[in-house]
Write a protein that binds this ligand. Sequence first.
Ligand SMILES: [Zn+2]
Length: 363
Amino acid sequence: MVDTHNDVLSSATMRGLNIAGDLSGKTHSDIARLKKGGVDVQVFSIFCDERFGKDTAFQFANLEIDSLYAIAARNPEKMAVVTTPAQLQQAVSEKKLACMMGVEGGHMMEDQLSNLDSFYKRGVRYMTLTWNNSTSWATSAMDETLKKDSLPHKGLTAFGKQVVQRMNALGMLVDLSHVGEQTFWDAINTTTKPVLVSHSCVYALCPVFRNLKDDQIKAVAKNGGVIDINFYSGFLDSTFQRRLTAFNNRHKAEADSLKALKWVSYEIEEYFLKAYPDEAGSLRPPLSVLLDHIDYIVRLVGVDHVGLGSDFDGISSAPKELNDVTDLPLITKGLLQRGYNKNDIRKILGGNFIRVFSANQVF
Ligand SMILES: [Zn+2]
């Protein structure tokens, strides 16, 4: 089982927590619970938000990479950092958690191809071209939606196309989660390798700005890539945002006071959902909604182009049944109940990702 997106490394690094320790009750995941949940391969997100930029983002990304190597070095019997499909298979056969890294946000390369090369050398195997913030060379889904008329450019610039080409040459997967539609089309028309969409959902089922429309899903299939479904309630359930807004309005005075303290919106949302667990619990959709997104992609383009990218520890709300990574087997159970055979389930649970990872190797 492969999960292509988990934020616990970056969130734990920021909070001074050790993912090799027991973080039950504090996070969705830690190394022991990932194993308990049946995860064989975890791609950890290397992340910092738009408050990091020139002279700070690349450095902070490296601090997170350092953390993973340090934790793995102290726990060689439990986990191994892997950078090739062969190493991945080796770690899985030794029953260790195979740990991979993906940079979430092109801003972390600070507009330098040499920094991209450095990420690759340090073991990073995918990069989302943007996070919610645009870079100087690629526009994000959020900005293409909210700042439509004030963007200095839209899609990939000439340098942005060079970034994609360099990723192809290195063997780093081009990850199209978070990017705007124009960036998506520019990137998919530039890449010569299958792409990854590490943690996104289906727009037709839940029309939010960073989900994929049908023509995008078909383009990923044609490219031989894979779309890994994000578990965030707000990307899965089209009624969630309305209920979340009502919830937020009930706590508006507190939100305003946190904004005055310079908290950003996702921090406030995360805090609220933890501070008011009963109310927050009632907002969560059932697991069947997540399975519907898998079904949708399978019906549209077949079983070879969908997988799982939970976004655990980067999301404040997941379907009711999924309280942490140890609940992952419920997805397998749900797929069996919906009539998927073992071969299909192997593809969805990670086979499709491994195919894309292998196709991006450079020899
Ligand atoms: Zn993300």
